[in-house]
Design a protein around this ligand. Structure first.
Ligand code: ZN
Length: 198
């Protein structure tokens, strides 16, 4: 089995490791695999937490804007609908894809690949799910949305009273947990376990 270093692409021949041992790249020192025995369990825990926060950030109010006695609670989806109604349909679609749809499918595919792997079960589509979840990560761009929200909040604060609501804090947590899930996932360990199920 040949393993490419993720940092410098140097190829290494994989050797079986004992518990707690790790293999590092001989050229740049990047960790190749091993020494992270519970990486899949931690990834699953972060992913389930991210799913809860994704649901909360989309159902709770995100931002409240008060201007001359008028108070408006805004959610991510109401913002998308407002944009579409104002004629910015492609932009609304792009926001929906990158902040709601792509993260949702990334999370569901992670769960679909990880739960059966950890239970030692072989279910249809898990190989596809393991492969597709990393592809979808490219399309989930929560950080860009966050940046846009900060800019809009600062601009709005000059003329109205703006406050961030629980939905926004759920969204901040979602970014953290999704990043933690991606960081904790050891693809080598996942594929070795999936291969053993075949
Ligand atoms: Zn390397």
């Amino acid at each position: 089995m040949l393993i490419a270093c993720e940092s410098c692409d140097l190829l290494h021949r994989g050797l079986p490791l004992g518990r707690g041992e790790r293999a590092a790249c001989s050229r740049c020192g990047e960790r190749l695999y091993g020494s992270d025995a519970d990486s899949l369990e931690r990834t699953l825990a972060f992913t389930i937490g991210a799913l809860v926060l994704l649901i909360l950030s989309n159902t709770l109010s995100f931002m409240t804007v008060s201007l001359e006695g008028q108070v408006q609670h805004n959610r991510i989806l109401s913002g998308v609908i407002d944009l579409a109604q104002a004629g910015f349909v492609p932009l609304a679609g792009l926001i929906l894809l990158t902040t709601v749809i792509a993260p949702f499918f990334e999370i569901m595919l992670h769960i679909w690949a990880l739960v059966p792997t950890l239970l030692g079960l072989k279910v249809p589509g898990m190989v596809f799910a393991a492969r597709a979840s990393s592809r979808l990560a490219t399309w989930s761009m929560l950080e860009v949305y966050l940046l846009a929200v900060i800019v809009a909040a600062v601009k709005l604060a000059m003329m109205a009273q703006v406050s961030l609501d629980p939905g926004a804090y759920a969204f901040f947590g979602l970014i953290g947990l999704l990043t933690a899930a991606r960081g904790a996932l050891e693809t080598e360990a996942l594929w070795t376990r999936i291969e053993a199920l075949q």
